[in-house]
Ligand binder design. Structure first.
Ligand SMILES: [Zn+2]
Length: 215
């Protein structure tokens, strides 16, 4: 399958992408992962990206598109791929359309994970992460709590609420999403490829996506 996943932070993109890759061997592609991989591989574009990251700046779209272009042509993309969290803005979506035309790739489906804001807020503010850098196990104080004293069940280190998962930080992330990424829903809806999925169960959403792909 060739799928774009759209959804606010906390909508479950990562979990759903993982379930889809298990289904048919498509690979999950996120901007963060391909940037880190390019930096690690020390390619020319990787070195360029590293310079921006080291300076604490954002990697420009032009560079992200170059890295994406190379990534989409790697052998493991032949079975299909799931773009997780990319594109993020209308300009990126327009550039992606141009790139896909150039590579003669067509998408099967754009998935819009339409999850209510209060659900997202609840999901993310209840998340806790193990503070041990080599563990980083993720908990949820309601559905999957750490030990009663707040320590990690795996390694015993304290669990923490990440800085970007406080209520204030999440409201900011959702605001950025609504301004920059939500307009992509209309962009792709006009192209006729978008479908909304509103289930709170990742498995139900994945089953729905599989059905849509078979049509
Ligand atoms: Zn741990």
């Amino acid at each position: 399958m060739k799928v774009i996943l759209l959804g606010a932070p906390g909508a479950g993109k990562g979990t759903i992408a993982k379930l889809l890759t298990d289904y048919d061997g498509s690979i999950q592609i996120s901007t963060g992962d391909i940037l880190r991989a390019a930096v690690k591989a020390g390619t020319a574009v990787g070195k360029e990206a590293k310079a921006y990251m080291d300076a604490g700046g954002l990697v420009p779209d032009s560079l992200i598109m170059k890295i994406m272009e190379a990534r989409l042509q790697e052998a493991d993309c032949k079975k299909g791929f799931i773009l997780d969290g990319f594109p993020r803005t209308i300009p990126q979506a327009e550039e992606l359309t141009t790139l896909l035309k150039k590579l003669s790739i067509t998408f099967d489906l754009v998935v819009n994970l339409d999850i209510p804001r209060d659900v997202i807020l609840d999901r993310l503010t209840t998340r806790r992460t193990c503070s041990n850098a080599s563990c980083q196990e993720i908990y949820n104080i309601k559905s999957n709590p750490p030990k009663p004293d707040g320590t990690c069940k795996k390694c015993g280190s304290p669990t923490i609420q990440r800085d970007d998962e406080t209520e204030e930080a999440i409201l900011n992330r959702l605001e950025t999403y609504n301004q920059k990424t939500a307009p992509l829903i209309d962009f792709y809806r006009k192209g006729g490829l978008l479908k909304d999925f509103a289930s709170l169960s990742s498995q139900e959403t994945v089953d729905g996506i599989k059905k849509s792909l078979k049509k």
